[in-house]
Design a protein around this ligand. Structure first.
Ligand code: GDP
Length: 462
């Protein structure tokens, strides 16, 4: 070969390498939602679909449907300071017939996805590309803390105190609230610490027994590695008491200082190190459990969603942009556990989520962030069926929590938040199921995970 030809061929190889390197892609996907919303189930299913998915079950995931997906494997996680997301543990639990343990802290898992590009320079060179996907699982309760960064302690108290006294759980929170109302302002640390640990217990009960979702500070509920730290030992004071207390009162000073320490040492670093590095975000929303609980819980879920979605609402001059320069360009709000209802009710579930999200969806602009909404089931625990004896009534069939197979008509999903009269007459019962009988030889049964995958990864795998 002549020298000129040789150097052209060398240049060609170099260009090809550069194109390959330049087009290898990386997505950091955050998965969040209030505890119990379905994060662990979602990530387990997402990883399972990526590793084992078949196009007949994932028709909307184009790279697979077009035969360009070459396969995927798990890889060591990049951030060794984080817990690994325990995928094999979750799969093991499901095979034994149990739901995997829920998210308690932040964790991470990395996958490498190989595919053949269809377009552009890389497509012309015919070289496969690797998409590195990091999935970061973290509690929605932690995301709800973000607005604290723009607040003073007294502002925060004015916001959360009424939420503690909502009708549905007032009876339960009354005795703690009374103790706090009776404070005089000169209490020492031991009293403050005691009330703070009672407050954390109260929040857990409001969450677990009463279905409350807007509970702060988020780490009081899910402390992760911070359990027992003084930065968590604070609580709200009623606005009427704050008005009476001078700025110098020891109680007010201690609580304000701890509030600030929490913001500076816990909230800010979390957002800087993790949130600000996410490219895409899934927010799981369990509307059905809120409906089961009642009116206050469903109303509060709307408020919670509005707070959560503010985290993705950043534009020039917003606090988020100033602090972190976030770069999330796609957010998926997914109404989870759609296998708890009959297929004909799924459009209503989507509308209900839209109506709960309405304030946030109406925000003038998400400044380049694309928002999508979807109804899905990460792991189908039921099958859809019809009962011919009852005018072809749609029903679902699954194993109740006692392990017995049942055929159920779970009822209609309201298209918007029902009014007060409705709640006085009736409620909802979209109860849970045991996981499917599954031995791992097929992909996990799911509903619309392929739409989620196409929205979150499709443009990166063209
Ligand atoms: P997390 O706290 O957000 O991690 O929530 P999990 O993923 O642990 O889900 C909490 C519970 O909700 C599970 O133990 C299941 O009982 C139920 N669940 C979650 N996702 C699904 C789903 O797709 N279908 C069904 N039927 N139940 C689900």
């Amino acid at each position: 070969m002549s020298r000129i030809k040789q150097s052209f061929s060398h240049l060609g190889q170099q260009m090809e390498q550069a194109v390959k390197r330049g087009l290898d892609r990386h997505v950091r996907l955050g998965v969040t939602g209030i505890s119990g919303a379905g994060k662990t189930a979602f990530i387990t299913s997402l990883v399972n679909q990526i590793l084992n998915g078949e196009s007949q079950f994932l028709p909307a995931w184009q790279v697979l449907e077009q035969g360009r997906f070459l396969g995927a494997k798990l890889a060591p996680q990049p951030d060794l300071t984080l817990q690994p997301f325990d995928y094999s543990g979750a799969v093991g639990k499901l095979k034994q017939g149990h739901w995997p343990p829920s998210t308690h802290s932040i964790s991470e898992i990395r996958l490498l996805l190989r595919y053949q590009p269809s377009k552009g320079l890389a497509g012309q060179f015919g070289q496969p590309i690797t998409l590195t996907l990091d999935i970061i699982d973290y509690p929605g309760e932690w995301l709800l803390d973000l607005p604290l960064l723009g607040q003073e302690y007294a502002q925060w108290c004015a916001e959360v105190w009424p939420e503690l006294n909502r009708g549905a759980w007032q009876e339960h929170s009354r005795s703690w609230c009374q103790k706090v109302r009776a404070l005089e302002g000169n209490e020492d640390n031991s009293v403050i610490n005691e009330l703070a640990s009672e407050y954390a217990e109260l929040l857990k009960t409001l969450k677990q027994q009463y279905g409350a979702s807007l509970l702060q500070p988020g780490r009081a509920l899910l402390p992760g590695e911070l359990a027992g730290a003084p930065a968590l030992a604070w609580f709200p004071l009623p606005p009427s008491l704050l008005e009476r207390l001078s700025e110098e009162s020891p109680l007010r000073q201690t609580l304000s200082q701890r509030f600030s320490a929490y913001c500076d040492e816990v909230v800010e670093p979390f957002f800087r190190h993790y949130f600000a590095k996410l490219d895409r975000q899934v927010v799981l929303v369990d509307c059905l459990s809120a409906l089961n609980h009642g009116r206050d819980q469903t109303e509060q879920l709307a408020l919670t969603l509005s707070r959560l979605s503010h985290s993705f609402h950043y534009g020039p001059g917003s606090m988020l942009t100033r602090l972190f320069r976030p770069r999330i360009d796609k957010v998926l709000f997914a109404a989870s556990k759609a296998d708890h209802i009959t297929a004909d009710q799924q459009p209503a579930l989507l509308q209900l989520m839209h109506s709960l999200l309405k304030e946030s969806r109406r925000q003038p602009k998400y400044f380049g962030t694309e928002i999508e909404t979807l109804v899905l089931s990460a792991i189908n625990a039921t099958e859809q069926a019809k009962v011919s004896s009852a005018q072809n009534q749609s029903v679902i069939k699954g194993r109740d929590l006692d392990g017995q197979w049942r055929v159920r008509y779970p009822g209609e999903v309201p298209r918007r938040l029902p009014d007060a009269d409705f709640w006085q007459q009736q409620g909802f019962d979209f109860s849970g199921f045991m996981p499917p009988l599954w031995q791992g030889d097929e992909p996990l049964p799911q509903m619309r995970m392929d739409y989620a995958m196409q929205f979150l990864l499709g443009d990166k795998m063209r």
